[in-house]
Structures are given as C-alpha cells and as structure tokens.
Design a protein around this ligand. Structure first.
Ligand SMILES: [Zn+2]
Ligand SMILES: [Zn+2]
Length: 309
C-alpha cells in the first residue's frame, strides 16, 4: 500500500491520494462554523476522486458552549469519547453531562446530539461505521431548546442541513485552549518561577524604548501576548510598575497586570527552548534602535510606541 500525499489547502493538511498516512491533529485540516462547532475529518474533498474513508468515519469535533450537532439516529453504530471540556449529550429525550474520558456507545438507531457546555471548548473524538446511508432526523423538544432539532422530521440529510450554516476552511477560534495546541514552557533563571503557554501567541513585538532597555539591561526586549486562558504560572512574582520579575534571581518574566486582563505579556527570552522561533511582527521605538542592530525582516516599523519614553 502506498503512502497518501498530503496537501494544505489553507487550514491544514489533508490527503489528496489514497493509501495510508500519519498526520498530527495540530497540522490537519480544520473546518469551523459559528453554530455547529469545528471539525477535523481527516478525509478530503480534494483529489480525483475525493479521498473518503470507505468503512469508518472518524473526526474530532470541537464545540464551544452553546454550539451543537444535529439530533439524529442512524443505522450505523457510532462511538464518542470526550477528550477535553464539557458537553451535554442529548440521548433519547434525556440529557447527560459528559466530561473528559466519558465514552458514549451509540447503538444503531439511538437518537442523539451534543451541545457544548461549561466555559470553554469541548473536544470529542467521534467514530461511526459506514455500513449504510440510512438516517433519521426526528423532531425533539429537548434538542430544539438547544437549536439542535430539525423543524420537520426527515430522512434526507440534504433537507436536514438545508438551512444549516456552512463550514468555513479554518481552525476553531479557541485553538490555543485545545489539548493538541502544544505547550511552551519557561521560567526565571533560578527556577523559582515557572510558567507554560499553550498555542501560538496573538502577537510578537520587539521594543527598543528606553524603559525596555532599562528593565532588561539589554538594548531591546522581545515579548509576546497570549490569551490568559492559555497560560499557567507557578511560583511568585514581584512587580515594579506592572513589570513582573522573580524576587529571588531578578529575571524579568511577564506582566499579568494591565488594563486588559485577557492577555498576558511574556518576555519570550524566558522561554526554555532557544531559539524560540517566534518572530516579531512589529518593532516599536526604532528611533532608539542601535545602529548595529538590523531591522527584523518583514516586521512593521514604528518610530515610537504607545507610551512616550
Ligand atoms: Zn528566579
Ligand atoms: Zn519598550
């Protein structure tokens, strides 16, 4: 058996030819929607013919709180394993709260749907046999409360999804909170303060201002913003004027204070892995940049910055 060719059509890798393949969920193609959640199906609509799995449908679905799948029953056995977060399982008119590692065996013709719950994304591994195409979308009062029921019973998927939102080729917006997003770790020089951040930063910047020079003792600082949700800290920081540092070794690490509590600003020199492979997208206070430091290739250049210094 040949190895399949994988190509990226804008939101990750998908197979364009038959055969076996290995792909990380982090690198695979994702589709996203506002009401129906996001999914990675591992198959593809590309290739001639499209690469569809003949015997087993398998995907990872991500549901934000309130997002839902469509209440249905089908002739195939299905299996569901919650990987992260919380969701409500609507099953045969009942509601069950599911948490990580809860497994749901859906025997053929079990009516079911999922609704994202809790305060973050819920990731569910979904698998289903592909023995036959028979499916039924019953009207459910319970599911209707979550917008997960058809208005009129049907056995035609096209009719069931006729008014449903289309998926866009993009990763879910909660990407950095998902378990496969990958974590970076960092800390101070003495090890008393440790932290981790998941996913990619929102923004990376290099600053040459007088304050950054003073606080770092270097000619510039490089820092990045992550959502606070994606961040964990252990150990205690002291801070001077909102600049957090290790009280034992003095390493300047991160700022948790600030007017906007939704992001954390991290001096990325404190990351454990060097080089950290995060490139500044812009540079501020370049008028203070030393003549022997070249500009970052492709980074937006600002003569000054937000604050006067
Ligand atoms: Zn320290
Ligand atoms: Zn600065």
């Amino acid at each position: 058996m040949a190895e399949a060719r994988l190509e990226n059509f804008g939101s990750g890798l998908s197979p364009v030819s038959g055969g076996w393949f290995v792909v990380n969920v982090r690198d695979a193609e994702w589709f996203s929607s506002g009401t129906r959640g996001a999914a990675c199906w591992f198959e593809s609509e590309y290739g001639d013919p499209p690469v569809e799995f003949a015997q087993l449908g398998i995907n990872i679905t991500v549901l934000e709180p309130g997002q839902s799948t469509l209440y249905h029953a089908e002739s195939n056995q299905e299996a569901f394993l919650v990987l992260a977060g919380e969701c409500s399982l609507l099953v045969e008119g009942e509601e069950r709260e599911l948490r990580p590692w809860d497994f749901f065996h859906s025997a053929p013709w079990t009516e079911h749907a999922f609704v994202g719950a809790g305060d973050g994304p819920c990731a569910i591994l979904m698998a289903g046999a592909r023995l036959g195409p028979e499916v039924r979308y019953p009207v459910s009062e319970l599911a209707a409360r979550y917008g997960a029921s058809v208005a009129k019973e049907t056995s035609d998927p096209e009719q069931a999804y006729a008014t449903a939102e289309r998926f866009r080729r993009e990763r879910p917006p909660s990407w950095s909170r998902l378990p496969w997003a990958g974590a970076r770790t960092g800390g101070c020089l003495c090890g008393a303060v440790r932290y981790s951040v998941r996913g990619d930063p929102l923004h990376v910047r290099r600053c040459h201002c007088a304050n950054c020079r003073k606080e770092s003792g270097s000619a510039f600082t490089v820092f990045a913003h992550w959502p606070v949700d994606a961040f964990e800290l252990s150990g205690e920081l002291l801070s001077y004027d909102g600049r957090g540092f290790c009280p034992r070794c003095g390493s300047r690490i991160l700022d948790t204070a600030g007017s906007d509590d939704t992001v954390v600003e991290i001096r990325i020199g404190s990351l454990d892995d060097a080089p950290f492979e995060l490139e500044p997208e812009d540079e501020t206070w370049v008028k203070r940049r030393e003549s022997w430091i070249p500009a970052v290739d492709g980074a937006t250049q600002h003569d000054e910055g937000d604050e006067a210094r």
